[in-house]
Design a protein around this ligand. Sequence first.
Ligand SMILES: [Zn+2]
Ligand SMILES: [Zn+2]
Length: 65
Amino acid sequence: MSLSHQQCRDAGKHVCQEPSGKTCIEPGCESPAGTWWGPLWCPDCDQARLDAISAQFEALRGAFR
Ligand SMILES: [Zn+2]
Ligand SMILES: [Zn+2]
């Protein structure tokens, strides 16, 4: 299973931050947004989002095995 933010995991922190000047669009999250993967989510929410997507993808692949 591929994990998102691999460089961040290796570094032990989010090295992906690229401040967009916006606030994270995740409800209830007030963190500054902006990562290599887009300007709308903060690094923590982006990682959770990408992990959820890849988990769904893996589940789909399993269903067709
Ligand atoms: Zn990151
Ligand atoms: Zn967030």
